[in-house]
Write a protein that binds this ligand. Structure first.
Ligand SMILES: [Zn+2]
Length: 100
């Protein structure tokens, strides 16, 4: 489950509309996460289609919203498809270190 830190009180929350502690509106965080997941899905579809340029563009958009282990994981997959094993290894390590 994806969690977030409330920008008001720093409480860790699930992606609910309100902070469990201070009741701050977190709906915009959830909307951003849904948008990021949309772009990750688009990247996966592009990789399945063999369209590496479209996959890279979708991953870039997802990363602009939030850096996370799953974007590094998909970058590793793209690098493997391209035969760039050194980059794939680096992205794999990045994904392991971010581990969300
Ligand atoms: Zn809060």
């Amino acid at each position: 489950m994806t969690t977030c830190i409330c920008p008001v009180c720093r409480a860790r929350n699930s992606l609910a509309d309100r902070c469990r502690r201070c009741r701050a509106d977190l709906s915009w965080l959830r909307a951003c996460e849904e948008y990021r997941v949309y772009w990750l899905t688009a990247a996966r579809c592009a990789l399945a289609d063999g369209d590496l340029d479209r996959a890279a563009s979708s991953l870039r958009t997802a990363e602009q919203i939030r850096q996370a282990a799953d974007t590094a994981k998909w970058r590793a997959v793209a690098a493997l498809i391209q035969g760039n094993y050194a980059a794939a290894w680096n992205y794999y390590q990045e994904a392991r270190n971010e581990g969300d």
